[in-house]
Unconditional design. Structure first.
Length: 213
């Protein structure tokens, strides 16, 4: 087994110390940082995401894998920045205003980072304007909105309308998700996509970024 495969498999098992040691070893062997990222860490998290989607593993397993991923990513980040390696895309993420629930949103953030995205997590109880301001300020191509309460879902519509009002439609795509949120609701408010769970959200974000070109 090559060292990049070892990194991916150790990540899947949540072995953060082992992942850190293997990433250092790979760097000592002059393996390029972007290969360690893509063929080691991201490849490993892709497997974790698929296993989670199929209910073969559960949230605690994903969190352990994420901790291992961050261990490796912390070592690579300065080297990737030095080499100018682009991310898969930039995403602004948060739970909408009035909604303090963030477990699902946090999981989506973990999975997006594991897929190579640069994620700006605004936290919970985020006003509509802040999402749009952050997307414009940081050059994000996707805004991800989470809601667990039906009473807070209208804020999602506010965000979509603000994106249009500020002339960002087409440049900034909006994806919505959360337990009460449906594909029909996404269409009704004019959102670009609906993610029914964390793994699906990553797939939809990838598609939105690819379509944007």
């Amino acid at each position: 087994m090559n060292i990049l495969s070892e990194i991916g498999e150790s990540l899947q098992r949540g072995e953060d110390d082992r992942v850190g040691a293997l990433v250092r070893q790979a760097l000592e062997q002059r393996c390029e940082p972007h290969r360690i990222l893509n063929e080691g860490l991201i490849a490993g998290m892709d497997v974790v995401g698929e296993q989670f989607r199929l209910r073969e593993i559960f949230l605690p397993d994903v969190l352990l894998a994420a901790r291992a991923m961050y261990t490796g990513l912390d070592l690579l980040r300065p080297l990737l920045a030095r080499d100018g390696v682009p991310t898969a895309g930039r995403v602004v993420l948060g739970s909408v205003h009035g909604d303090l629930h963030d477990i699902g949103k946090n999981l989506v953030s973990i999975m997006l980072k594991g897929a190579g995205f640069d994620v700006m997590d605004l936290g919970n109880d985020v006003p509509a304007e802040r999402f749009v301001d952050a997307a414009r300020e940081h050059g994000a191509s996707v805004i991800g909105l989470s809601a667990l309460l039906t009473t807070t879902m209208p804020v999602m519509k506010e965000v979509v309308e603000l994106v249009r009002a500020r002339g960002l439609a087409g440049r900034v795509r909006v994806i919505v998700g959360g337990a009460p949120v449906s594909e029909a609701w996404a269409r009704e408010i004019g959102a670009d996509a609906h993610g029914y769970d964390a793994a699906n959200a990553v797939e939809r974000v990838r598609a939105l970024v690819a379509a944007r070109g």
